[in-house]
Design a binder for this molecule. Structure first.
Ligand code: S3P
Length: 177
């Protein structure tokens, strides 16, 4: 049994795009925590925020995290705010390697502004400075990762390759990698 690979990082850093490819490459099951929450609640993330508020979403996220402790060999793409709750970080670290994807505020802005309406925490007239401020607020949480990967200017396949190399370097090699 191998530890889960948990992708953390700000919205728009490519956790899902990278995670699906990484799972394919390593022949592992892929789980996206936001998609799982949507499946279990029968509601979109947007509707959970709109109808029940962020607190309810965070509680669903914490429950989802607890379920992941029992599993192994997964690649998991998490929601960008999962690390704000220290208990989540502790649970995910129990049987997982935390890999943080980072990108510049400009690149994140370019990626999220197209899909802003799916991300309830991003306001209508979002600016690069808003992203910069949110990144600064969350920086200490993302720094809890075992491995950090700078993704700006790279495509998902290049990022996958870097993750695999860094995992080997840190002794978290995958037998099928
Ligand atoms: C959030 C990120 C979103 C989603 C929710 C809250 C956050 O996921 O979980 O909108 O607090 O950063 P992505 O990082 O996949 O956009």
């Amino acid at each position: 049994m191998e530890k889960n690979i948990i992708l953390i990082g700000f919205m728009g850093t490519g956790k899902t795009a990278v995670g699906t490819r990484l799972a394919d490459r390593l022949k592992r099951e892929f789980v996206d925590t936001d998609k799982e929450i949507e499946r279990i609640t029968g509601m979109s993330i947007r509707d959970i925020f709109k109808k029940h508020g962020e607190i309810r979403f965070r509680s669903e996220e914490a429950l989802m995290t607890k379920r992941l402790i029992e599993k192994h060999n997964l690649v998991v793409a998490t929601g960008g705010g999962i690390v704000l709750n220290p208990e989540n970080v502790e649970s995910l670290s129990q049987n997982g390697v935390l890999v943080c994807l980072r990108a510049t505020p400009e690149e994140i802005f370019g990626r999220v502004s197209k899909k802003r309406q799916h991300r309830p925490l991003l306001k209508k007239n979002l600016t690069v400075d808003d992203i910069r401020n949110m990144l600064a607020e969350r920086d200490t949480f993302y720094r809890r990762a075992d491995i950090v990967v700078e993704t700006s200017g790279l495509d998902p396949d290049q990022i996958v390759q870097i993750i695999i190399e860094k995992m080997r370097e840190y002794g978290h090699g995958n037998r099928k990698g």
